[in-house]
Design a protein around this ligand. Structure first.
Ligand SMILES: NC(=O)c1ccc[n+]([C@@H]2O[C@H](COP(=O)([O-])OP(=O)(O)OC[C@H]3O[C@@H](n4cnc5c(N)ncnc54)[C@H](OP(=O)(O)O)[C@@H]3O)[C@@H](O)[C@H]2O)c1
Length: 443
């Protein structure tokens, strides 16, 4: 690994260049400007905001910054030899990637909150950081204020991680929580509107509700916990749009909560990496995570089970994560130990990522069928033919000759068999809507 030549001079102050002055950037700028002394004492070195790069330099900002610090010209920040750390808080892949690469090439360490960039190009960025002998820190990219990255990179580093599940998207968790609300739930559409009216969901919420945002974050956590780079487009992703308030209620009646989980688990030399709505037993630690909160569950061979919970987004929690990274990087510069925490290493045993059809587990099924004698028996016969055994069944809201939901929980079954059985069941004339299955995790 290339190491920068570092002199023996004392470092009393670290100059910081900030890219982006939006929700997160303005929070970070405000902290640096208003808590300078406090942060310097905590860091053991002064932190000075030297330049800020934005798209619209003349825009009036909620945070008061000397206009001489603000620029629209990337070179003014990236070519400034006095700036040692760049905070990339603009988001998006381009031009953020080019700016980060250029900063590192110019010998500057980088702190970023950019999950999309890391999920798509993390491996390339880590290589570039290694080559330049600088740090790349990214705590704010997953679960906002929750220090899960530092936990995986440092606190849990001696563990062989077996399983990691995360509630990594506050918008979808808020919607699913609203859809239950003590059994008196509301539709997906109405819960989404509530999330939008409270500012928890974007006007175009598809990245969140389709599970893509969770896949970005899971990709980063998978690299850290299993040393395997899995791009978001290689992850099986299912969102929450098909979940109904009835599914949430029926699952609860069976003793489960429905959560959108990012799941990564190792089985021998194979890895499962997937994002989908999941039934978790009510006594699982993640089941009680409600509203916009995030939580991550990790099972390691030494630590056993660990849960970390908190605010997964928002100006102040995300600022907390960026400042923590900045202080780590500043200390590494001060004590001349960049790359003290090396990039994630490949797991020696993982050979391949399983396809979703290969997974095995328990399932929740919902069929919408005509309430008529013999219908249930026919469904059960098809399931049996495909080696799926039923653990419990409930026929809800019975009304002769009307379409009624039939809800089942299964024992362990192979997903490939579930898909084959559903193909057959959905062709029955008495089954009137596309049948639904939701995967379960035991915890
Ligand atoms: N918001 C959260 O709660 C949260 C939580 C965790 C992680 N993150 C991540 O943090 C990052 C920033 O998010 P945000 O919500 O703060 O974004 P934001 O409010 O949209 O702010 C983006 C900032 O970047 C600047 N910018 C955009 N394009 C630029 C360009 N080409 N050159 C220079 N500056 C440019 C904008 O400048 P102007 O102001 O001049 O337009 C703006 O100040 C994203 O990667 C996001 O995923 C956000």
């Amino acid at each position: 690994m290339h190491q920068r030549r570092l002199g023996s001079e004392r470092v009393d102050k670290i100059n910081v260049g900030l890219i982006g002055l939006g929700t997160v950037g303005s929070g970070v700028a405000k902290m640096l400007l208003s808590r300078g002394e406090f942060l310097a004492r905590r860091a053991g070195v002064g932190l000075a905001l030297k330049k800020v790069l934005v798209a619209h330099p003349r825009r009036v900002r909620p945070v008061r910054i000397d206009p001489r610090f603000v620029t629209g010209n990337p070179a003014a920040l990236l070519e400034d030899p006095e700036i040692q750390v760049v905070l990339e808080l603009m988001g998006g892949i381009h031009p953020a990637k080019e700016l980060v690469l250029k900063a590192m090439k110019n010998g500057k360490s980088v702190v970023t909150a950019n999950k999309a960039l890391l999920a798509h190009d993390g491996a390339e960025l880590f290589r570039a950081a290694s080559r330049a002998g600088v740090d790349l820190y990214f705590e704010a990219s997953v679960a906002g204020g929750i220090p899960i990255i530092k936990s995986l990179r440092e606190g849990l580093i001696g563990n062989d991680v077996e399983v990691l599940y995360g509630i990594l998207n506050g918008t979808t968790n808020f919607i699913l929580t609203e859809m239950y609300r003590g059994g008196d739930g509301r539709s997906f559409k109405s819960a989404l509107e509530e999330a939008q009216s409270r500012g928890y969901a974007e006007r175009n919420p598809s990245l969140d509700i389709k599970g893509i945002d969770t896949a970005h974050k899971l990709s980063i956590l998978t690299l850290l916990s299993f040393g395997k780079a899995v791009r978001p487009d290689q992850i099986y992703v299912e969102g929450i749009e098909e979940i109904t308030a009835n599914d949430v209620r029926y699952a609860h009646d069976f003793g489960y909560a429905i959560k959108l989980l990012g799941i990564a688990k190792r089985d021998g030399d194979q890895l499962e990496v997937r994002v989908h709505p999941t039934l978790l037993p009510n006594n699982h630690l993640l089941s009680s995570v409600s509203g916009v909160h995030n939580a991550v569950f990790v099972k390691g061979d030494l630590i056993g089970e660990l849960v970390i919970y908190g605010q997964g987004a928002g100006k102040l929690p995300t600022t907390s994560a960026v400042i923590a990274d900045l202080i780590d990087v500043a200390r590494n510069i001060k004590y001349k130990s960049p790359q003290r925490v090396p990039p994630p290493l490949a797991h020696p045993r993982i050979r391949r990522v399983r396809r979703v059809g290969e997974i095995e587990g328990r399932y929740y099924f919902r069929f919408s069928c005509i309430d008529r004698p013999g219908v249930l028996a026919r469904i059960a016969r098809i399931l049996g033919k495909h080696r799926i055994s039923i653990a419990s069944v409930v026929q809800k809201d019975r009304r002769r000759e009307h379409i009624v939901p039939v809800v089942m929980m299964t024992h362990d079954a192979k997903e490939r068999d579930v898909e084959a059985a559903f193909d057959e069941i959905d062709r029955l004339s008495t089954v009137r809507r596309k049948s639904v299955f939701i995967r379960m995790e035991r915890g």
